[in-house]
Design a protein around this ligand. Structure first.
Ligand SMILES: *Cc1c(COP(=O)(O)O)cnc(C)c1O
Length: 373
């Protein structure tokens, strides 16, 4: 499979790239790992766009003992890269993937009788599984939670080792009461499972928001994703931890022209210059994952200063109004990250267009090479 991170820098003819600071990942892993609980590095969606293998390795160096993925395919990528840590597939295995997942020692999640049966017919011998309980997210998992103990018991009787029992919070970064209620439902289910003779070694619940805000939810293992990358799960959440954003998205100015007041630019002429201005072209577009909705809204850093996007973001290029600053071709452009004294965060871009930092970073495309430092 084509892997951007395996391309040589010399092949990156277009000067647009993402830098991932693996020391920032290690720092974040260290500050997020509780003393009393294990740390799972959630590296689904190519490590939220940062590069799953590299992030997983860095997090493991810093104390993570588990990796979490959404897809069997993602788990297989980690295994092919030689990652030996246990890897939990966070939802039930798709039908037909059981044999290959087990052959590569991916840990399955189970929550349906069908899923359990398919898994049982794909395996000989005791395989560790994690049972997911729906306590209020209502996406996947056993609902109602009261049904979880009997299900876990059936899994055990089918010969599986119920190694884990877990749940997922819907509002951990924004609402304490809902989170407490979900945790209560989960702990009740865990107690009832124990009473039914199932003794999962690992209870887990905490995503980034809960890892940061709700120590009582840490249990045996925490599963932060976004915070591992140094992005706050919601504004201000985690500020006291000193999380370091790991991703910087850079490019270089590819063309510059001086235009007179009154000229309009890019598709649809949606931006008209009010004054004579220097206009810079940057070779990044929506096909790279830079949202087209940032048309006339986003800004970039050039020469240590913030400049607004002028007109429509196109597939491969965007335009920047640099006003009276005479920009040079080849000057560095920061789309996400620091330059001079200013910073553009993924969450800032997300807020501008009604989404979150998670979506901004996870959509940075394969066409943008990742460099690691
Ligand atoms: C994505 C995911 C996480 C990580 O969530 P963050 O909000 O990024 O910390 C944890 N657990 C499960 C089940 C997930 O799907």
């Amino acid at each position: 499979m084509w892997r951007p991170s395996e391309r040589k820098v010399s092949e990156d003819f277009r000067p647009t790239w993402v830098e991932v600071d693996l020391e920032a990942i290690r720092h974040n892993a260290r500050v997020l790992k509780p003393e009393t609980a294990e740390l799972m590095a959630v590296v689904k969606a190519n490590g939220y766009g940062h590069g799953d293998v590299e992030v997983a390795r860095a997090a493991i160096e810093a104390g993570a003992t588990w990796c979490g993925v959404a897809l069997v395919e993602e788990g297989l990528r980690l295994r092919s890269a030689g990652i030996e840590a246990p890897i939990l597939v966070l939802s039930e295995l798709p039908a037909g993937s059981e044999a290959v997942a087990l052959a590569h020692r991916l840990t399955p999640t189970v929550y349906s009788d069908g899923g359990l049966e398919r898994l049982a017919s794909a395996t000989r011998g005791p395989v560790p599984v994690h049972v997911k309980v729906d306590t209020g997210m209502h996406r996947v998992g056993i609902w109602p939670p009261e049904d979880a103990p009997a299900f876990a018991r059936r899994a055990q009787e089918a010969g599986f080792e119920v190694e884990g029992l877990f749940t997922h919070f819907a509002r951990s970064e924004e609402d304490e009461a809902t989170t407490k209620e979900q945790l209560e439902r989960f702990l009740d289910a865990a107690d009832a499972a124990r009473a039914a003779g199932v003794r999962p070694r690992v209870l887990h619940a905490a995503n980034s928001g809960a890892t940061i805000l709700h120590p009582e939810s840490h249990l045996d293992l925490v599963r932060p994703g976004i915070a591992l990358y140094g992005i706050e799960p919601a504004p201000g959440i985690g500020a006291h931890l000193g999380l370091c954003p790991a991703l910087t998205w850079r490019s270089r100015v590819s063309a510059v022209k001086r235009l007179p007041a009154g000229e309009a630019v890019s598709y649809g002429h949606r931006y008209r210059l009010e004054r004579d201005a220097w206009l810079a072209t940057v070779p990044v577009g929506y096909a790279d994952g830079y949202p087209r909705q940032l048309t006339n809204l986003g800004s970039v850093l050039i020469g240590g200063r913030r400049h607004g996007i002028a007109g429509t973001v196109t597939m491969d290029q965007l335009l920047v109004d640099c006003a009276d600053e005479e920009i040079q071709v080849g000057e560095e452009v920061v789309l996400i990250g620091n330059q001079g004294d200013d910073t553009i965060g993924a969450d800032e871009l997300g807020r501008l267009i009604g989404t979150i930092g998670y979506e901004i970073v996870s959509r940075v495309g394969d066409r943008v090479p990742r460099r690691y430092g």
